[in-house]
Design a binder for this molecule. Structure first.
Ligand code: PMP
Length: 330
């Protein structure tokens, strides 16, 4: 029996829609062979993704979500005590996993309008820096890094530093607003671009993330893959999603529109909400008393959100969730 969920789960930036019937059918089909191991090291799955991106397979590495991929990147490039530069606040996984490999978290505050401060991040890079992580759209603010600013950032970054560009939410961004990562990975062999099937593709439970970049950097990250580490369901799910791109794009568009409605509903109440290009919004710069009040009313109404130090991140759900959030905040 599926668990019945009361209230609104808006804390994890999940897709509010369950798998499409075609994707569910493919997953059910894959379950029939659940007694069999998947591939020893994944070849078909990265091959599928590489083909879609127009790369040879050796330029794509897969992992247990983007979380698994970032873990392997840090394992490969961060020696004990080496610095990992990141914004703050940011995706919790970066500092958490940096700690597990013995790295030193170097945090650079966001600008007042919720952007990663690329100049300050460059200034934070020194001889002990191993990795810089940027995230676009940024978690928790939803703001994007511009192509020009990122290209310049890469130009002034020492090529011995690995630059991770996390595009977990890229499918929610209009194509014209995206960084041309395909061009930049050709120019910068130290750049790794990460993506995931957990968000727009709605496969968070299957744990599929990937990264692409130059063949040498991807080869190094692949050293950390676990034997039999990716499931057969992951491969079936990705294949089925690729066959249903148009239907999934309609859902993504629906979420994008709902995001605009949620943001404007909250702005109408006087909250500062940075322009989000993802499936969540951020109530920025809230005073502690206001954060407490929101925590109380959201809990009362069964609305789960993500509480950050100076704000609250709210995932875009269905129209009922938007109504519930706006009504509670009012
Ligand atoms: N990167 C960012 C920016 C995220 O927000 C998340 C999930 N919240 C992830 C990576 C990890 O996603 P997953 O491991 O499910 O692919």
């Amino acid at each position: 029996m599926p668990t019945v969920q009361l209230g609104h789960q808006l804390a994890l930036n999940e897709n509010p829609y369950g798998p499409l019937p075609s994707v569910r059918a493919a997953l059910t089909g894959a379950l029939v062979a659940a007694n069999r191991y998947p591939e020893f090291l994944p070849r078909r799955l990265p091959g599928l993704i590489a083909e879609r991106l127009g790369y040879p397979p050796e330029r794509v590495v897969v992992g247990a979500g983007a979380t698994g991929v970032i873990m392997h990147i840090l394992q490969e490039f961060v020696t004990p005590g080496a610095g990992v530069v990141m914004a703050t606040p940011t995706f919790d996984g970066y500092p958490l996993l940096t700690d597990t490999v013995g790295g030193r978290v170097v945090e650079v505050p966001l600008t007042r309008d919720g952007h990663q401060d690329l100049a300050a991040m460059s200034a934070a890079v020194d001889q002990r820096t191993a990795v810089v992580v940027l995230c676009s759209p940024h978690n928790p603010t939803g703001t994007c890094v511009g192509h020009g600013a990122f290209a310049e950032f890469l130009e002034r970054t020492d090529p011995s530093v690995t630059v991770v560009f996390d595009e977990a939410y890229i499918d929610f961004v209009p194509p014209g607003d995206r960084v041309d990562t395909a061009m930049l990975v050709e120019r910068h062999p130290n750049l790794v671009v990460m993506r995931t099937f957990s968000k727009a593709y709605g496969l968070a439970a299957l744990r599929v993330g990937y990264a692409f970049g130059s063949a040498p950097i991807i080869t190094r990250i692949r050293r950390w893959q676990l034997p039999f580490g990716m499931t057969a369901l992951a491969e079936a799910g990705v294949r089925a999603c690729y066959a249903a791109e148009d239907e999934l794009a309609l859902r993504t568009e629906t979420i994008t529109q709902e995001c605009a409605r949620l943001a404007s509903g909250l702005r109408d109440l006087g909250y500062r909400v940075p322009a989000s290009a993802a499936n969540f919004v951020y109530l920025a710069g809230c005073a502690p008393a206001e954060l407490d009040r929101l925590r109380t009313v959201f809990t009362r109404d069964g609305i789960q959100v993500k509480h950050c130090t100076t704000g609250i991140r709210i995932t875009v759900g269905d129209p009922a969730a938007t109504a519930a959030v706006v009504s509670a905040a009012r």
